[in-house]
Ligand binder design. Structure first.
Ligand SMILES: O=c1[nH]c(=O)c2[nH]c(=O)[nH]c2[nH]1
Length: 294
């Protein structure tokens, strides 16, 4: 058995740079609030195997670059990631790719005030760019968008065995925290418009049908996103089924016609699925490192 150690995959950089950009050209300020990670890939064998840092663009330099680029206008998290990738791969010829990611937190104006804001968007917007030579994979998404429908959901027709106690129902609460990521087939996209439209499409698709299972609802959400958005080739969902159990009020002689529920926080069903446009190129490598999806 050989005891030789071979360096295989490696990447490194500065994680979770919290960048808040205030645009104050006029009295009416704008803010963009990001958490940005930069990781480089390429020829870094010297650092690992010989202690030679000649190729190691310091993580501190990567951090500084992110903040320096924030001095320019930030159009969208995706545009910032593309700019960082272009910079590092063109400035240092041994940097052949990397992985850049951002989360964005949403803020709204208090009373339409010019410079006072509150954290508003419930969901966290995400973006990941993976560059490998001349190949880019760009995956955007969001998590923690909590939604509920109070009827028009059921669950029946499932197999029964000696362990099955669940009653069939044609009227239940369905609630979930939507986590989703979608892969663009281009980097030439109006990312903010696309994000807003995909989020709206997902929410509308949650409302517009009688759901026979959360699985069916995920499919309908994916179907509508892929039908409306030719710039998207693949979409994944990871959604807990946040169970709401009808509270039994018979102990005090009260009925409960679907009005009082116990919201259980665990255990929860966990429904995950990937939907791909038929005929689209797959990009499984790009998903490595994105946890919590199948
Ligand atoms: O929408 C659902 N999908 C399931 O797979 C499932 N399983 C379960 O017990 N309840 C539900 N609900």
């Amino acid at each position: 058995m050989s005891s030789n150690v071979i360096l295989t995959k490696n990447q490194y950089g500065k994680a979770e740079n919290r960048v808040v950009r205030v645009t104050r050209d006029t009295d009416r300020h704008e803010i963009i609030d990001l958490n940005v990670t930069s990781q480089l890939r390429g020829d870094f064998a010297g650092a690992h195997l010989q202690g030679d840092n000649g190729h190691v663009v310091a993580t501190d330099t990567q951090k500084n670059t992110i903040f320096a680029f924030a001095r320019d206008h930030i159009d969208s998290p995706e545009q910032l990631l593309l700019k960082l990738a272009n910079h590092f791969t063109s400035e240092f010829d041994w940097v052949t790719g990397g992985r850049w990611q951002a989360e964005q937190y949403g803020w709204s104006r208090i009373d339409d005030n010019d410079h006072c804001f509150y954290r508003s968007a419930p969901e966290i917007r995400t973006a990941v760019l993976v560059r490998d030579g001349d190949k880019d994979a760009l995956i955007s998404g969001f998590y923690d968008l909590t939604v509920m429908k109070t009827t028009q959901s059921g669950f029946a027709g499932f197999p029964r065995d000696q362990y099955t106690t669940l009653a069939e129902t044609d009227d239940r609460i369905m609630a979930t925290d939507i986590s989703t990521r979608w892969r663009y087939n281009s980097t030439d996209v109006d990312f903010n418009a696309s994000y807003d439209s995909i989020k709206a499409t997902i929410m509308t698709a949650f409302t517009d049908h009688y759901s026979r299972a959360l699985q069916e609802t995920l499919y309908k959400m994916a179907q509508q996103v892929l039908a409306k958005h030719s710039e998207v080739d693949e979409i994944k969902f990871s959604c807990p089924n946040k169970h709401h159990f009808l509270s039994d009020l018979s102990f005090c002689d009260l009925d409960n016609p679907g009005e009082v529920f116990y919201a259980a926080d665990r255990p929860y069903g966990l429904i995950e699925a990937t939907f791909t446009r038929e005929g689209a190129q797959s990009a499984d490598e790009a998903w490595v490192g994105i946890a919590g999806f199948c």
